[in-house]
Design a protein. Structure first.
Length: 160
């Protein structure tokens, strides 16, 4: 994006900081209006005709755009049907770290051999695990048997 003195066009269509159309004027005049308000003149659309510029706080605008672009990763945590309480607590703490960082977590249990006949025990392990992390997580996908695996997806709790 071009800002302030980088805008070399002779005429620009100007939009004020409040969103009002201020019309077509010279880029020098538009820059003067922006400086009077202690804001920046930002070219938002080059277009085929007269380019469109807006008066705004460019630093704040960039910060908001970077904040919106945060990529949410899907982390994975493996549990076992025979997991002990201490190990479950360790996995829960690690999951809480992932969730507070804004990532989603896929919790998996792979059943082997005779465990396939007792999938309800695996779902119970998942529910106990969720009870440990429910203060920072919301269950996006409930524990569900998919083949030999039991999967559950947790998302960070919205802090609104």
């Amino acid at each position: 994006m071009q800002i302030n003195e980088d805008i070399r066009d002779s005429e620009v269509r100007l939009i004020g900081s409040d969103g009002a159309q201020l019309g077509i004027m010279s880029s020098r005049e538009a820059l003067r209006l922006a400086e009077e308000q202690n804001l920046d003149l930002v070219k938002i659309a080059a277009g085929s005709g007269v380019p469109v510029c807006k008066i705004m706080d460019y630093g704040k605008y960039r910060f908001e755009m970077l904040k919106k672009q945060k990529v949410v990763e899907l982390k994975e945590v493996w549990l076992s049907m025979t997991i002990d309480v201490g190990d479950l607590n360790v996995k829960a703490r690690q999951t809480q770290k992932f969730l507070t960082a804004g990532n989603k977590v896929k919790v998996s249990i792979r059943m082997r051999g005779r465990q396939n006949a007792h999938s309800a025990l695996g779902v119970d392990v998942m529910n106990r695990f969720f009870e440990l992390v429910k203060d920072v997580a919301v269950m996006e996908k409930k524990p569900l048997l998919e083949g030999r695996n039991i999967l559950m997806i947790l998302a960070p709790l919205k802090s609104n």
